[in-house]
Design a protein around this ligand. Structure first.
Ligand code: SAM
Ligand code: SF4
Ligand code: SF4
Length: 336
């Protein structure tokens, strides 16, 4: 079995299908202008599906399509139709900001997608505008209703909680999700990329999120779905559904991290906080065989030593962590 230097297998593949996005979330890509990946450098759907198949042959079982905003890429259903039936794939999921979901949900569903993660950090229209800089809450809520009507399952909400911005949304979001049968995952604010001006004081910790939920709900811990899963899951004792918390700052989980990322321009990235990727597109475009590409991926994975969040945790505890000393790839490029 393929393993990295800490004996971690490659189980999850996150594919960023575009670095472009119709929002400018303050915690992710706060600037107005970015130097986008030139279109000619973006993998075609044929190239992406071929690489996906090779990753599945190396032990990957789950694929998440992300970005940037994946639904900002034209005809994403064409890619889904190619990936959904691939041998070895146990789970295919899409993470989206939901802005185009109402119009695209039916095409995605008939192409073979059933699992959805929709980002939603507030239920207040004005705050939603401020947080996303360009987004409107209404279409996201419509998209969620349409996805539910079409039978997507599970539908999970992703909420990044940032102090001074939306910590008072923890309970309203939980109630919204419970009432509609959506699962919800709260995400600790992370220092992804180089632009979001992160500092520890802005992080609402897993413990604090649980305390906020505990003021109204009784929760029972279920643990991680599997060892490498980012979220620790909880269920409401009254049977009201499920809550997950992704605590990569206060309870890092690098030890079992089995996630590989493929950028829109075909780079293999072995950590969310990496400063570079490994070019696979050139191999694909010079006509390398599947076996040659497979060997190349194997060599990168076998040399993998990433454990950024654990190292940050140690440095934070010693009060010597300076996020700006670490140059990272932007999250929109490598896929959240
Ligand atoms: N555009 C899609 C979306 O927003 O769902 C997919 C890409 S986005 C980069 C993937 C996830 O990363 C989203 O749920 C987003 O909230 C999360 N994210 C972005 N910046 C983050 C940050 N600084 N800390 C924690 N999560 C973040
Ligand atoms: Fe776009 Fe998603 Fe980043 Fe927001 S979190 S700016 S929607 S890629
Ligand atoms: Fe995996 Fe890197 Fe996140 Fe650690 S910091 S869990 S190695 S992606």
């Amino acid at each position: 079995m393929l393993q990295d230097t800490y004996n971690r297998p490659l189980r999850d593949l996150r594919i960023s299908v575009t670095d472009r996005c119709n929002y400018r979330c303050t915690y992710c890509m706060p600037f107005d202008e970015y130097a986008w990946i030139p279109r000619a450098e973006v993998l075609t759907y044929e190239e992406t599906a071929r690489l996906a198949q090779i990753f599945l042959g190396l032990g990957a079982e789950k694929i998440r399509l992300t970005g940037g905003e994946p639904l900002a890429r034209k005809n994403l259903e064409v890619l889904i139709r190619k990936i959904a039936p691939l041998a070895g794939l146990k789970e295919l999921c899409l993470t989206t900001n939901g802005a185009y979901l109402a119009e695209k949900a039916a095409a995605l569903k008939s192409a073979g997608l059933v699992r959805l993660n929709v980002s939603l950090d507030t239920l207040e229209p004005e705050k939603f505008r401020r947080l996303t800089k360009r987004g409107e809450l209404g279409p996201v809520l419509e998209g969620l209703e349409e996805a539910k009507r079409l039978g997507f399952r599970p539908i999970k909400l992703n909420a990044v909680i940032e102090r001074g911005v939306n910590e008072e949304e923890i309970l309203p979001l939980a109630e919204f999700a419970r009432a509609r049968g959506f699962a919800i995952r709260y995400i600790e604010y992370m220092d992804v990329g180089n632009a979001n001006d992160w500092n520890l004081a802005k992080v609402v910790s897993k413990k604090q999120i649980l305390a906020a939920l505990g003021a109204r709900f009784q929760l029972r811990e279920k643990g991680r779905q599997e060892p490498g899963a980012p979220a620790v899951d909880y269920e409401y004792e009254d049977g009201g559904g499920e809550v997950g918390i992704i605590a990569s700052v206060t309870e890092p989980f690098c030890g079992a991290c089995a996630r590989a990322r493929l950028t829109a321009d075909g780079k293999l990235v072995t950590c969310l906080f990496a400063d570079h990727g490994h070019d696979l597109k050139s191999l694909v475009r010079i006509g390398a065989s599947d076996e040659e590409i497979r060997k190349d991926i194997e060599a990168v994975w076998q040399a993998r030593r990433d454990r950024y969040s654990e190292e940050r945790f140690v440095a934070l505890n010693a009060s010597r962590y300076q996020p700006r000393e670490h140059s990272k790839m932007e999250m929109i490029v490598l896929g959240g």
